[in-house]
Design a binder for this molecule. Structure first.
Ligand code: SF4
Ligand code: SF4
Length: 446
């Protein structure tokens, strides 16, 4: 069944128009059946793309993994010197984490299962620099073997020093520093409030930012709704121009335990406050310099231009892709880099790569909500493996975030504001008509 939505759009002086939106085929038309003009956003309907159907992975039909992964994610262990309230790794057992002694056997085993050079290798913690004695020999050896691979790492930045920055630069790393701006207190001590750590981060900025190899990565949540506030907080402390700060967002937090639930959007009031902030920051252009927001909006335009079928969409993090493989140093294959091999998320071992079975994942088409969700093409499912209450809350958080981005994309395309969605609700019990941006806000904005 093809589900469509009537999008009630508003402009100045009471102007109203209806758009018809069919997420399953990314069709966006005016009420009279004419396509929306994509030229104002630099797209046209002649664009083509060939995306085959995504594999509808589920525990009943698990996916495999390729012995020639394009992206190899290496989990060093889940230990961290911070105690972020919403960390998806906090509740994971850490018994099997790697240690320096595992590096040699990991490297020696690689040729037996890795059949081609990965395009990208990521090094994950916990806090990866808490594993310095493991990380260093591992990355140096991998750089020698795979000189063309891009290297990525995400760190809280608190354990960096000048020698490590030299090392990151020399090995060609791109680094994301996790930082939540004024909401940093929900993660741990703010390294930017510590003069020594602040100076080290400024050194990192001066060294890698001009090469486009560093960013600050922020997670939004109930107590951290404004990317503008995050940008200002970091830029002021680093004493750099706010407009030049490379900021990305990992979007809204997904809850993995009670801490994550506490910082989630627990009711409609939270959701509306969040959506309001994200929408207006995008429409005012403030967050369009945040690459992940800009890319998502331009990705939406491309999706419409190419009429990309939802059936071709995999999960947003891509861990349902056989060419993305997460492993630990003992060779265990994992659902994703955030999960421990001491749980059900051990999905096999590289020594028997053809037997790896991603049997912990649910493609969006197997979720009750996603097939009747107007923002599916933007959200692409909150998380692969969450279930029950955590899944419902992850879906709710993602819905408010993606609804804001959807409304912002429609604004940039039509210069009209989405005030109401009419059509099937993603979950029983939710209304079939929903106010998005309150028309009263338009008058205030005007
Ligand atoms: S908002 Fe929820 S229902 Fe919609 S695509 Fe995301 S996870 Fe699925
Ligand atoms: S499956 Fe994807 S979305 Fe879920 S925790 Fe892992 S990386 Fe994040």
């Amino acid at each position: 069944m093809t589900l469509s939505y009537r999008l009630h759009m508003a402009g100045p002086q009471g102007h109203r128009q209806i758009l018809l939106w069919t997420p399953s085929v990314a069709s966006l038309q005016w009420e009279d059946g004419t396509d929306v003009d994509l030229r104002p956003v630099g797209q046209d309907y002649r664009a083509t793309q060939q995306a085959g159907p995504a594999f509808p992975v589920s525990p009943a039909i698990p996916a495999g993994k390729s012995p020639a992964p394009r992206v190899l994610k290496i989990q060093l262990g889940l230990k961290c010197n911070y105690t972020c309230q919403y960390c998806n790794q906090a509740a994971q057992p850490q018994d099997s984490q790697g240690d320096p002694g595992d590096v040699a056997s990991f490297l020696a085993g690689l040729p037996s299962w890795l059949k081609a050079a990965p395009q990208r290798i990521e090094f994950w913690g916990g806090e990866p620099f808490a594993y310095w004695k493991t990380l260093r020999p591992l990355a140096e050896a991998l750089r020698e073997r795979f000189p063309a691979a891009s290297f990525g790492i995400v760190s809280n930045g608190s354990l960096l020093d000048e020698a490590k920055i030299d090392w990151l630069d020399r090995l060609g790393f791109g680094i994301g520093i996790s930082h939540d701006g004024p909401a940093m207190k929900y993660r741990g001590p703010d390294p930017l409030d510590n003069p020594q750590q602040r100076d080290v981060l400024r050194m990192l900025y001066d060294r890698l930012k001009p090469q486009g190899r560093m960013s600050f990565n922020t997670v939004l949540h109930r107590r951290n709704m404004s990317l503008t506030a995050v940008r200002r907080h970091i830029a002021e402390r680093l004493d750099v121009p706010a407009a030049e700060l490379p900021l990305v967002t990992e979007e809204i937090l997904l809850p993995y335990d009670d801490g994550g639930l506490r910082l989630s959007l627990r009711n409609e009031r939270d959701g509306r406050a969040f959506m309001h902030e994200v929408f207006w920051e995008a429409v005012r252009g403030e967050s369009m310099a945040v690459s992940t927001i800009r890319d998502k909006i331009s990705g939406f335009f491309r999706l419409v231009a190419t009429a990309r079928p939802a059936a071709s969409l995999g999960q947003k993090c891509g861990m349902d892709d056989p060419a993305k493989l997460a492993v630990d140093l003992k060779g265990n294959a994992l659902t994703c880099q955030n999960m421990s091999a001491d749980t059900r998320h051990r999905i096999g071992h590289v020594s028997a790569i053809s037997e790896i079975r991603l049997n912990t994942a649910h493609h969006w088409s197997t979720r009750e909500e996603c097939g009747r969700c107007p923002v599916l093409p933007l959200c692409q499912e909150a998380c692969l493996f969450l279930e029950q209450d955590l899944w419902r809350q992850a879906c709710d958080n993602s819905y408010w975030h993606n609804l804001a981005i959807f409304a912002a994309a429609l604004y940039w395309l039509t210069r009209l504001v989405l005030i109401e969605i009419e059509g099937p609700a993603r979950r029983d019990g939710l209304p079939a008509r929903m106010t998005v941006i309150d028309p009263a806000e338009l008058e205030v904005a005007a």
